[in-house]
Design a binder for this molecule. Structure first.
Ligand code: SAM
Length: 197
């Protein structure tokens, strides 16, 4: 049986580009930056760096955008700041500049589960939120409300393992990794989640 194991070729950048007519942005939204302790801010920075590393495996890294990126974030970020896209203003303004009017917001509180039908949007948004104190409950939906107020259409989608968000890692970089496994390698959600557990 193991001889029949699926061979998974890594796509060349050209093949990838053909598969995805326009590469989406993966946005880490720092709307809730000021609600974090210094230690948590450090963790956000680390997870952004790790997200860049993951994206580099598939894309160029530029597709990683960090919005609401203030001077404190830039000074605390030890990754290659010049190789990602940082935007100091609101996420909605960034999207409008890029001509994107509909996004997928990764949200553990969403009703609908992320599926391949969602892979046609111009941007995926992950909350730049780290939970250590338990004081940031339901902060992700607020990011969606803020975008909708600014006229962006938001598909709120959750990632689940066997139907439940329990068991899904909530680190920013792991959420990104799960999406990439599904989108680029065609893995099922359960398989992708297992790989990042
Ligand atoms: N405290 C936040 C809340 O209650 O909304 C959760 C923050 S979580 C540590 C960081 C980000 O990872 C979220 O903003 C969301 O974008 C993403 N995320 C975490 N778990 C997820 C899941 N099961 N499905 C979709 N997105 C998830």
């Amino acid at each position: 049986l193991c001889m029949m194991e699926k061979f998974e070729p890594v796509l060349t950048p050209e093949e990838l580009k053909a598969k995805l007519p326009e590469w989406p942005y993966f946005i880490i939204d720092l709307y809730h930056w000021d609600r974090h302790t210094q230690k948590e801010k450090g963790k956000i920075c680390l997870q952004v760096s790790q997200s860049y590393g993951l994206l580099r495996d598939y894309f160029t890294g530029r597709e990683l955008a960090v919005t609401w990126a203030n001077d404190e974030f830039k000074s605390m970020f030890h990754g290659p700041i010049g190789r990602i896209t940082t935007y100091a203003g609101p996420t909605a303004d960034f999207l409008k500049e890029k001509g994107i009017d509909e996004v997928v917001l990764l949200d553990p509180w969403a009703e609908e589960v992320l599926s391949e039908k969602d892979f046609d949007v111009g941007a995926f948004i992950i909350g730049g939120i780290v939970d250590t104190g338990g004081n940031k409950k339901k902060t992700t939906p607020k990011i969606g409300e803020e975008l909708e107020r600014a006229g962006i259409r938001v598909r709120r989608r959750k990632i689940v393992l066997k139907g439940d968000i329990v068991g899904v890692p909530d680190r920013i970089n792991r959420i990104l990794g799960i999406i990439l496994k599904m989108m680029v390698e065609g893995k099922s959600m359960d398989e992708a989640v297992y790989e990042f557990q």
